[in-house]
Ligand binder design. Sequence first.
Ligand code: G1P
Length: 277
Amino acid sequence: MIKKCLFPAAGYGTRFLPATKSMPKEMMPVVNKPLIEYGVDEAVEAGMTEICMVTGRGKRALEDHFDINYELEHQISGTGKESMLGHIRGVMESCRFSYTRQTEMKGLGHAILTGQTLVGDQPFAVVLADDLCVNPGGPGVLAQMAKLYRQFRCSIVAVQEVPEDQVHKYGVIAGDVIRDDILRVTDMVEKPTREEAPSNLAIIGRYILTPDIFDLIANTEPGKGGEIQITDALLKQAQEGCVLAYRFKGTRFDCGSVEGFIDATNYCYDHFYRAGE
Ligand code: G1P
């Protein structure tokens, strides 16, 4: 069973400035719940109880969000508003939270390596909270991947088809089909041009990683954008052993872009907020 889920959350979120000048981008509310909490809920649903976050300067609101706010809770205790904190209190009680800081922004691979101190020597999940994933009526994306991990015992990346003019925004894979929804990765390129892209199957922000990835990252030279890329470390893992790409069931919203964020907001308003009224 995978118990730990790592949330790299040190990035700046410059696309949402000025909103993210002093507020972590992961705290941007999609209706009435911050992005990070959607990610944590997905991890909890997948059976993960140890939530590990890689934060940075100006990110303390993340820790405060998953902590008790005595004054506020005392104030609303016994009123109709108390129930609005019921869900997150349940999450706080069922999970253990730990944090470490990334002091320099050297890429997603570097952020994940920074989390090694929290993760230790066991397989773990990674959630990029910018990607909000839903699968109404079925298991969440991380739960689908945790189930696959139990069968295959190797690293897994979630992928989806994207239009060819979008491949430059993603890590893009090529692989041999081993089941209609699973490929064994043979190639992986971070943010390729349309010509360089080995396919139009893009990695989205859900990973299951085996702990040997840490040594591979530590030995990975800076790649695209001068940053240490998890994609490059995963390619080495795929070449030396096995990495799977999984076409997940569900919908993913790119909340790192304004358009995706608005789409997620409309979706969550209709499906979760209004439906719960
Ligand atoms: C990161 C990864 C990329 C992946 C993407 C998914 O890029 O480097 O491989 O496809 O997340 O959201 P970022 O969006 O952080 O630039």
